[in-house]
Design a protein around this ligand. Structure first.
Ligand code: FAD
Length: 365
């Protein structure tokens, strides 16, 4: 029986884990080392509610993604009505241009019954009048949406601070687990020790090799990604476009995000001028008019890269009371609702929304 749970790390995964558990009546203490929640990868991401290349993912990612995607609008509607903050769920569709594995994508779509179709490039040029030349083929998924990460985080945070059974502690660095009688019963932190029936670790890229010290072969690597931002007219770009591994995402108010890189440089999280210029060139190739626009912001974030991008969700073997919801790599926003529901189902020992086996730490040592 779970009555009190410690959730460590307050990115999208920790915040939503806290919310999902708290809705079940569980008392939740959410611990975050920074002075504010949601300032790491979850702030930096693009907010596309789809993997970038869904057909190249492990099938276990597809299972979780499909559950999340099918319920995302309801999820956002719930957050919006409880918080009065609009995360701006914006269904724009996504065009993949000049793909080398187009046929694989179409085969995948047929297998999973997803609305992904081949379209004539003339049709794309008509829909996206600012598209650059040099594109000869395209596929389109019309139901792909994006959200504004900082707003979604703010909405979740404002709901949590008003829940009587949730306590958020910022400036609180988790340092180690506390064990007693063969169970994990709490955590040591930079502030004080906290005790609970269960501890859920949601520290994103900072899971690092911490579990190696417990003799477990479970690790998550940081994968740096940089983004740039433009501000254009509201209707400049009607849909997400993706070419040569880079994408442009339109927000409703005309902001255009262009990303991203995949850099394995440890915990270095500094944006670089070289990458800014490379992203700008990619942006101009896709949308030549951006040559006249200013880059108004440039940032980077550290994605939590678990092996094959498959998150760890479940209890840690040999450490009863210690749980993971970590390692969502490039897909933390699209995976969040299903991942947190699955973790909650496992913790409450009830029917699970998908087969939990691919994510369980015990099966991945
Ligand atoms: C450039 C970029 C683009 C992306 N685009 C997309 C996209 O379009 N769609 C999508 O679905 N995903 C995208 N992602 C991925 C997504 O952002 C991540 O998968 C997601 O944010 C991971 O969430 P998280 O909560 O696990 O990690 P984080 O947001 O990094 O949160 C982890 C939290 O744990 C805290 N923490 C760490 N160590 C400790 C400790 N010892 N004690 C206490 N607290 C601790 C950190 O301070 C942090 O707040 C993108 C990521 C990047 C960087």
């Amino acid at each position: 029986m779970t009555t009190r749970t410690l959730v460590v790390g307050a990115g999208i995964i920790g915040l939503l884990t806290a919310y999902t558990l708290a809705k079940e009546g569980i008392e939740v203490i959410l611990l975050e080392r920074n002075s504010a929640v949601g300032r790491e990868s979850s702030w930096a991401g693009g907010g596309i509610i789809s993997p970038l290349f869904p057909w190249r993912q492990h099938s276990s990612i597809t299972s979780l993604v499909n559950v999340s995607q099918d319920n995302y609008l309801a999820f956002i509607t719930e957050l919006k009505s409880l918080s009065n903050i609009d995360p701006e769920y914006y269904i724009t569709g996504l065009y993949w241009l000049n793909l080398e594995d187009e046929q694989q994508a179409l085969d995948w779509a047929q297998q999973y019954q997803r609305p992904l179709n081949k379209v004539d490039i003339v049709e794309v040029e008509r829909a996206v009048s600012v598209l650059g030349s040099g594109f000869t083929s395209a596929i389109y998924m019309d139901n792909v949406a994006n959200i504004r990460n900082p707003r979604l985080i703010r909405a979740l945070h404002s709901i949590l601070v008003n829940m009587p059974n949730v306590h958020i502690q910022e400036n609180c660095m988790f340092t180690d687990i506390i064990q007693q009688g063969g169970r994990v019963i709490g955590v040591h932190t930079s502030r004080q020790d906290y005790y609970a029936d269960n501890v859920v670790i949601c520290t994103g890229a900072w899971l690092g090799n911490w579990l190696h010290s417990l003799g477990l072969n479970i690790s998550v690597k940081p994968a740096k990604g940089q983004m740039i931002l433009f501000k254009c007219a509201e209707n400049f770009l009607p849909t997400i476009v993706l070419a040569n591994g880079r994408y442009a995402i339109p927000r409703r108010d005309g902001h255009i995000l262009v990303g991203s890189t995949m850099e394995y440089v440890g915990y270095d999280n500094e944006p670089t001028l070289e990458v800014q210029e490379s992203l700008r060139q990619s942006a101009i190739e896709m949308l030549p008019e951006l040559a006249k626009a200013q880059v108004i912001q440039h940032w980077s974030g550290l994605r939590p890269a678990a092996p094959e991008g498959v998150p760890y969700i479940g209890e840690v073997p040999d450490y009863p009371g210690l749980w993971l919801n970590c390692g969502h790599f490039r897909n933390g926003f699209v995976l969040a609702p299903a991942s947190c529901q699955l973790l909650t189902d496992l913790m409450l020992d009830r029917q699970q929304i998908v087969d939990a086996n691919p994510y369980l730490p015990v099966n991945r040592l």
